[in-house]
Design a protein around this ligand. Structure first.
Ligand code: PLP
Length: 430
């Protein structure tokens, strides 16, 4: 499984023993594999090479500065959705000229600082936003490069919270509205429309939605050019799915095979905004079992990672593989799939210490015999894990380490109680 593998029944990240990392930095801890990220970015660049791609890593998937620095060093770009994310990119050595700025609620001050930093383009999500960008740019005596975010109205067949490409979405505009707005934009002095953007949804596992979107995109770009807009970029957004269970998503190459020939005749450069596919399977969350508890027919495995560390199961009913970091002699191996009965396992709800019945990492999950203090690995936790972590229940957020071969670098220390109360301004007798 990427650069996470068992050797002598012990889990390793690249050449580093995960148990040693947990011992050294405590639990819960996110462990990232540098070489998995490097490989994923290389695969994307190579698969889409005929379209001269600019890979704009979607910062919201995992914004640790160590990861952003790595992406910047590899020469790839960024997709940001706030002034804060842009600041992270610039701080970690990323360049604005390779950064696209998306998001439905850009404020005037965010627009102004992105313009002054020199971002590649703004992905525009509404009429009012385009007017605001025009106004801010004109005031600054600048011209803002933009791409309209168009909803091709393809049904994504993904979880309703991560679907964005249908007509009735907060994001983007339907095709007719986009074309009307593009018509108006021809008269805006502060706007140069150089691209078209489509992000249909997240965790897409089949090629059809992209093929369908690309066909519509080609048509739309033809119309935009006919209005006089110098469209040079086709931004296909992000959304490539990953295997949370095993084998359920098409490969990057298979996506490219459908998309590249459709777009090649446009003569546009391709921008893409992959997040999950870059970092998702490059990270695990390591936790330690605290207690086991039986209530009625249910068995609960209480461990020290909770919904505040990884909210995807609670929020999206997402599936993450979970397996012991050390597999016992004679016990079952990490299964290829969790659908069928697994000999030698019992069924557990894997839960955390947070006071919510929605606090779980897995329900009715097959696991081999585990003991208190054993370590568990929750796989595919590199994307939308730490970035969505909170301090609910006054739980300090986890540590994060980046592994390169046998080298282990702490890229975010575990928070302390003092970190948590630092911003609170109450005079206390201490
Ligand atoms: C979230 C998001 C992405 C990244 O999505 P992934 O599914 O992680 O690839 C890219 N572009 C936009 C506009 C997004 O909102």
């Amino acid at each position: 499984m990427d650069h996470f593998h068992y050797r002598n029944r012990e889990l390793y990240c690249e050449e580093a023993r995960v148990a040693d990392i947990a011992e050294r930095f405590g639990t819960p801890v996110f462990v990232y594999s540098k070489n998995t990220i490097v490989r994923n970015l290389k695969t994307l660049n190579e698969a889409f090479a005929p379209l001269d791609p600019l890979v704009c890593y979607s910062v919201k998937a995992n914004s640790n500065l160590g990861i952003l620095k790595l992406v910047a060093e590899l020469g790839d770009g960024f997709d940001v959705v706030s002034g804060g994310e842009l600041a992270r990119v610039l701080r970690s050595g990323g360049v604005a000229e390779k950064t696209v700025f998306a998001g439905v609620g850009k404020t005037d001050s965010e627009i102004a600082s992105a313009l002054q930093a020199g971002v590649l383009m703004f992905n525009v999500e509404s009429e009012e936003e385009l007017a605001a960008i025009d106004r801010v740019a004109t005031t600054l005596g600048m011209v803002a490069p933009v791409a309209l975010r168009v909803n091709p109205d393809v049904d994504p067949k993904t979880h309703r919270y991560i679907s964005t490409g249908k007509k009735e979405s907060k994001f983007g505009m339907d095709i007719d509205r986009s074309l009307r707005l593009a018509e108006q934009a021809t008269g805006m002095a502060g706007i140069s429309m150089i691209g078209m953007h489509m992000h249909i949804r997240s965790q897409i596992t089949t090629v059809e939605p992209y093929a369908h979107a690309a066909d519509k995109g080609v048509e739309i770009i033809g119309k935009l050019r006919a209005m006089g807009h110098p469209i040079r970029w086709y931004n296909m957004g992000g959304g490539f799915g990953i295997a949370y269970r095993g084998g359920e998503s098409k490969s990057i190459e298979a996506f490219a095979e459908e998309i590249v020939p459709r777009l090649k005749p446009l003569g546009c450069r391709m921008a893409m905004e992959p997040g999950r596919v870059v970092v998702g399977n490059a990270g695990i969350l390591v936790s330690r079992v605290i207690y086991k508890k039986k209530s009625g027919d249910k068995r609960f495995l209480i461990q020290d990672a909770a919904m505040n560390d990884l909210i995807r199961p609670s929020l999206y009913e997402a599936f993450h593989k979970i397996w012991p970091v050390r597999m016992e002699e004679g016990g079952p191996d990490l299964p290829e799939n969790f659908e069928s009965e697994i000999p030698g396992t019992e069924t557990w709800d894997v839960v955390g210490p947070v006071c919510e019945s929605g606090d779980f990492l897995a329900k009715d999950r097959h696991l081999p015999e585990v003991h208190n203090q054993d370590l568990l690995a929750t796989f595919s936790a590199g994307a939308y894990g730490m970035v969505m972590a909170s301090n609910y229940n006054t739980r300090p957020r986890a540590a994060e380490v980046l592994v390169d071969g046998s080298e282990v670098q702490l890229v975010r220390r575990r928070e302390t109680f003092e970190d948590l109360i630092g911003p609170e301004l109450v005079a206390l007798e201490s």
